[in-house]
Structure formats: C-alpha cells, structure tokens
Write a protein that binds this ligand. Structure first.
Ligand code: SF4
Length: 91
C-alpha cells in the first residue's frame, strides 16, 4: 500500500482518524504506536499529535477494542523530510 503521495504542498498520507464518539481513552492505540504519534488527552480520548512520524502501519487500528480508529487518506502541507508535515484538515 502506498503510504504517502508527494513531498510538499498537496501531499497525501494515510493517517489514523479517531472517532471521538466511540473512543474511551483506554490508551491501547498509544501503547502500540512505536513512533509515539498518538497521545491520550485527559484520559478521555486519543489524538494524533505527530502526523509526520506516523508510519501509516495501522497498528493502532488493530489494537482498538472499540473500533474507534480508521485510516484516512489525508491531505498534508509542509515538507515531510524535514518532519514538518501537518494535516490540512483537522482529523
Ligand atoms: S484504542 Fe481505541 S478506544 Fe482506546 S484510546 Fe485508542 S482510539 Fe480510543
């Protein structure tokens, strides 16, 4: 599977999208995320804090007991080789 497309403005990348209606903040996704791209906020819910370090491997999706994460093909801005990728739209 293609992980990302392009290098700068208008680039795309597969990233985890957390459904806040379903997320319980259990932390399983953050535990299995080796690059620490996900973080649990106030023990309530998971957020993607580092879109640039995400390896798009989907371990978080597999770990979630509540089916609260899905991968989305997301438009990015910035230069990913400099670790400055950000999502154009808030996930
Ligand atoms: S594993 Fe699922 S329910 Fe648990 S914090 Fe992550 S997204 Fe939320």
């Amino acid at each position: 599977m293609e992980v990302y497309k392009g290098m700068g403005e208008g680039s795309y990348k597969w990233l985890p999208d957390v459904d806040l209606e379903r997320c319980t903040g259990c932390g399983m996704c953050a535990e299995v995320c080796t690059p620490k791209s996900l973080k649990i906020v106030n023990s309530d819910f998971a957020v993607l804090v580092r879109a640039d370090t995400c390896g798009s491997e989907g371990h978080c999706v597999e770990s979630c007991p509540d089916d609260a994460i899905h991968m989305e093909w997301v438009e990015m801005t910035g230069e990913h080789t400099a670790g400055e990728w950000k999502t154009v739209m808030r996930l």
